[in-house]
Design a protein around this ligand. Structure first.
Ligand code: ADP
Length: 482
């Protein structure tokens, strides 16, 4: 079996004896060795074999070692080289290394010296090659990406703009090279984000993400931008990269979906309310006497219609909240809003003989929010507590100032939620289905609305629940800026 080559080496030396000795030692060590007796022949061999490493004598006829190295480097700039020299020309070897040779070997040398120097140079050649492969792979990757990519250096100047970004900006990648970020991008907030990334002070909640828009109206392109720093080997940020993702199609789809849902829901809500009203009149005998059996059928039909009406209302509200159409944000005192929500549900709690209490501890700081959204949030939490707590149970709503905001708690001693279901209850249409909840009507949208409202108010939502013992929903809302 022939040994596989561990590297290609070219020896350029006018002394036949040296060439042969080097060839023997290095071939035994597993290298593939080529040789040339002067610089001109050496250059031809470089062209033909593209060696990983050249060993070159400095003093040669026709073309000396220095001239050879210079010309070979012009063709392959990262060619690794070892200079072979006699005792008398150590200065020349030093000179050659200053000009980029990687090591030198003084004649006469022992096979072991040769193996050592070549091994070292070969390791360096491999490292350089890996580096250049990685560089080329990254360049190809960035150039082939459909997304826009901008790399800025410490001074905030463009180190690289890929064709994807150039296409978005309507220019060519080369013309952007070296230009300040603020002249390349029409969005100062993205440049600001890149600067923050480099300073290592990106707010964790934003994680360097920005939404920007190019153009207007139907032609607008919506972009999601992610900014992140990159570091040197000592961990210092030496630049930052921004990746631009065209999310126009998603934004349009989202808009369309919201429009569709709100139109459909809106078209359903009013006629349903009218039908429900008429059926109530029918059921109460206001339009003439009805039998027990007829009343039972009307009541069942009303129940079904009521659940469609609830679903339409929830869908409509959710799409309004997502579109920011529930109302304008203002500085609010939560206390009256909590009283209103509790008042709205008092009758239902009384019907189930539940104790429903409200406790506001001390003064609450004002919050900045949309009153209708916050009211909906509290009503949903309290109505769930009423719904999922058996008759005779207890529901407590409390609020107090905490950590520069308000901490609102809705607690009940009802059915509780199995731990495995807790992560899913805030998803749209998710309902816990078991023997106890099966007959309780709902849309699965109540907590999705709560979570959306909390999120849009910059708050935090937590649930703690034990099946058979009850649930505690806690909302933290930040206080309004002074
Ligand atoms: P639904 O319309 O089903 O009430 P929600 O989104 O409001 O929808 O709630 C999702 C699920 O979470 C409910 O189906 C219910 O099983 C569970 N859940 C919500 N609140 C409570 C609570 N206070 N106690 C027990 N289970 C609850």
């Amino acid at each position: 079996m022939t040994q596989e080559s561990v590297g290609r080496i070219l020896v350029v030396d006018d002394e036949e004896r040296i060439r042969q000795a080097v060839r023997r030692v290095l071939t035994d060590a597993g290298y593939e060795v080529f040789s040339a007796s002067d610089g001109v022949e050496g250059l031809a061999q470089v062209e033909q074999h593209v060696p990983d490493l050249v060993l070159v004598d400095l003093m040669m006829p026709v073309m000396d070692g220095m001239e050879f190295l210079e010309q070979a480097r012009r063709r392959y700039p990262d060619l690794t080289s070892v200079v072979i020299t006699g005792f008398a020309t150590v200065e020349k070897a030093v000179e050659a290394m200053k000009q980029g040779a990687d090591d030198f070997l003084a004649k006469p040398f022992k096979p072991n010296d040769l193996r050592l120097v070549v091994g070292r140079a070969r390791a360096r050649a491999v490292a350089l090659q890996n580096l250049s492969i990685e560089k080329s792979r990254n360049r190809a990757l960035v150039a082939a990406m459909g997304n826009g990519v901008l790399v800025v250096d410490q001074a905030g100047e463009t180190a690289l703009a890929n064709p994807g970004l150039a296409r978005l900006l309507g220019s060519d990648p080369e013309s952007l090279q070296g230009m300040p970020c603020r002249e390349v991008l029409p969005w100062p907030e993205v440049c600001g984000c890149l600067e923050l990334a480099m300073q290592g002070v990106l707010p964790v909640s934003e994680e360097g993400r920005r939404q920007v828009c190019l153009g207007q109206g139907d032609k607008a392109i919506h972009l999601q931008v992610n900014c992140a720093p990159f570091h040197d080997s000592r961990g210092r940020a030496v630049g930052a990269v921004a990746v631009f993702d065209d999310v126009t199609a998603w934004s349009r789809l989202d808009e369309l979906k919201n429009q569709f849902v709100s139109t459909v829901a809106h078209e359903i809500v009013s006629p349903l309310a009218a039908v429900l009203g008429q059926m109530q009149n029918l059921g109460q005998g206001l339009l003439g006497p009805i039998e027990e059996r007829q009343k039972a059928v009307i009541d069942r039909a009303r129940e079904r219609l009521q659940s469609i009406a609830n679903l339409s209302k929830d869908l409509l509200d959710l799409s309004k909240i997502e579109a920011g159409a529930m109302g304008k944000a203002s500085r609010l005192d939560l206390a009256p809003l909590l009283r209103e929500a509790v008042d709205m549900l008092e009758d239902r709690a009384r019907e189930k003989e539940q104790g429903l209490t409200l406790e506001i501890q001390g003064e609450l700081p004002a919050v900045e929010g949309v009153a209708q959204e916050l009211l909906r949030m509290v009503v949903n939490l309290v109505s769930n507590a009423v719904k999922y707590t058996p008759a005779g149970g207890k529901i407590g709503v409390s609020a107090r100032a905490e950590g520069g905001g308000v901490r609102l708690v809705v607690a009940d001693n009802g059915l509780g939620i199995p731990p495995s279901e807790q992560p899913a209850i805030f998803q749209r249409f998710y309902r816990v289905k078991n023997a106890e909840t099966r007959h309780i009507p709902g849309t699965g949208l109540g907590l999705a609305i709560v979570s959306r409202v909390v999120e849009s108010h910059g708050g935090r939502l937590e649930v703690a629940s034990t099946p058979g013992q009850g649930s505690v929903f806690t909302v933290h809302l930040p206080s309004a800026p002074e």
